[in-house]
Design a protein around this ligand. Sequence first.
Ligand code: NCD
Length: 317
Amino acid sequence: MNFQVGPNSLQLNEDGTLRHFLSIEGLTRDQLVAIMDRADGFLNPHQTKHPLTDFTIVNLFYESSTRTRCSFELAEKRLGAHALNLDIKTSASCKGETMLDTVRNLQAMGGDLFVVRHSEVGAVDHIARNVESHVHVLNAGDGCRAHPTQAMLDMLTIRHNKGDFSKLRVAIVGDLLHSRVARSDIHALRTLGTKEIRIIAPTTLLPKDCDSLGVTPFDNMEEGISGVDVIMTLRLQKERMQQALIPNDSEFYHRFGLSQARLALAKPDAMVMHPGPMNRGVEIASDVADGPQSVILQQVNYGIATRMAIMAMCLGR
Ligand code: NCD
């Protein structure tokens, strides 16, 4: 099925506040900063109040997930909401029920907010266009298009470690062609005024719209990484490749893997990020992933506060 994306205004109420959270595109710098500021207030789990007591939040994951799903569930529980996890594999979807009928039924049970991950671009927007007016929808990743909560947790992690975006050179390395994380990160980094955004990949894995994305492409890792403040590494998303776009994993590591030697070409205090799941020895060396410059587990930790902030804001709390 082909779903229609957007428009970007679909996620906003008439007064400009968030109704849904579907993509970074269409949001202003002030809106992104407001999300990070709110998330800051949720970073200490022991100080959390329960602004969403009595709200019901449904997690609808039509695609596999570890981090995002657990992070949303913990965020919902820390906000005091009822968290409902539908296991799609054992749900009535397997008996031919449409996605919208599933949503309508859960809406009838009092679902206030749906967190949706789907392999088709625009599927989450399709749900957002069809829910009742008091119901909210969050995009937890749709196809190769957008993963806006991941982008916001990445921005929060960068802000905590580096401060001012206007001074930063950021490099994103790996399978950019299939990465919804990279797309949302690029939109967020641009909106926040990042000095330079570089993308590094073999030409077969570079997006076709580099110019309109406002990024500088490199197909040489050593050149692309030199002097950067932040390096985001990405997994090869083989499940999304229609054909072999790289010779093999070891050839990829040889040309683009983030090793200690390559990391030394970046700024001495450069931070290393990865949205997970990580393939050690393919896009990143184990000693870099576990090394002192890695903030990979800090990203995971900040994901909970970020999702708490976004859900509370959508629900007007
Ligand atoms: C990613 C995703 O699912 O988009 N992971 C995540 O949510 N943290 C990236 C991936 O699958 O490689």
